[in-house]
Write a new protein. Sequence first.
Length: 182
Amino acid sequence: MRLKLNTQLVGRRHATGVTLIEVLVTMVIVAVGLLGLAGMQVRGLSMQKDAHGRAIATQLALDIADRMRSNTGAAATYAFGNAYSTTDTAPTVTDCSVGVCTAIQQAQYDFESWFARVRGGALPSGWAQIVQAPGSTTAWDIKMMWVETGLRQNVNLRTALGTACPNGTPPEVECIVVRVWP
């Protein structure tokens, strides 16, 4: 009987290190899982940032489209084929929010107040252009560009997903074109 007791004691001594190894393996598996979860969270935030930029650009494009539709008498005045750069100062226009303006003055005021929002931080490094649509006398293209800081900054992914940007545009720039019939 004493011999049997010693065998059990010897067996237990060898088994004590196995539990520690199992705990370490479990910790490694949990750590890898948490790293994967953190990676998914970062990727999700990046996609959310892209979607937010696109939503703001769409909202701004629809805002100027509504302004153009409400002032059809001066729709051509909204066309700024060569919009001034971010270093230029905005031209002085009549403030139509405090007084009566002509259709052309209203168009200039609408464009300047809208473009100030585009350049003023609504879109990161935002730029906009309004031109007559090719081959049309009644349609206008609102082109918007901004610096993308999320997932679509990857040039290979942007090529696969498609973009409205002209060839040669840097990969961090995102573009949309909205066609308007005022």
